[in-house]
Write a protein of this length. Sequence first.
Length: 254
Amino acid sequence: MTSPHLKAVIFDIGGVVCRSPLLAIAAYEREHGLPNNYINCAITTRGSHGAWQKFERGEIPLFPFYTQFGRELSDTAVNNPAYAAYCKRRGLVCPELPTAALHIDGRELFGRMMRESGEFDARIVEAIRRIRGEYHAFPHFTTVAAAERAFLGWRNGATPPRLRALFDDFCDSSTLGMRKPEPGIYLLACERNGIKPSEAVFLDDLGMNLKAAQALGMETIHVAIGGSLEALKKLEAKLGIDLTGGVEGPASRL
């Protein structure tokens, strides 16, 4: 059933338009013998004041971020209890946790995350082009300082012109000083484009970001890793336009 009240589609970048940096995190955990999702728990347990959160809002420069990011991820005194609580909430048996000797290199991990997300999903990109004929399309995006481009895989900068050109508007959290799932960035994105939250559908790969959008009245679609085709089928049903016909799905470089 279509949703005729919709006027805009909002896309997350990493994990929706581009490959998910979570793939790099999962690979890092496997290589270093860390429990699955340990690093994500370490990031989220810091609330809004962790290195990752401050970096997304543009509050901390790149190199100090590397240092703080690595220090926080290596802090087993904070992260082990957080992971044990995560396992309890999920009904999982808590595995053996890292010792105090754990050292996570913030620069190495972040570089791997950025290089992993340097490819975009061809299906999503073609869908955006088709959507722009009838709807506004704009992203929530996080950019970073223009440094270490080769290491981070930024051949054309952190936000390549080709990426920005896909959208009617581009909401950069490090410029705006807000990040998902903070309500302000959703509301500002809507205000900038002259719509109400109830007139937008939001695509993201993280449940907490989708829940925040839902609380404001947005329709939402979860995009699982490798699940862009399924997500676009749901978006097709809401918009009433063909987004997937004749589209191949390999990733390509930005």
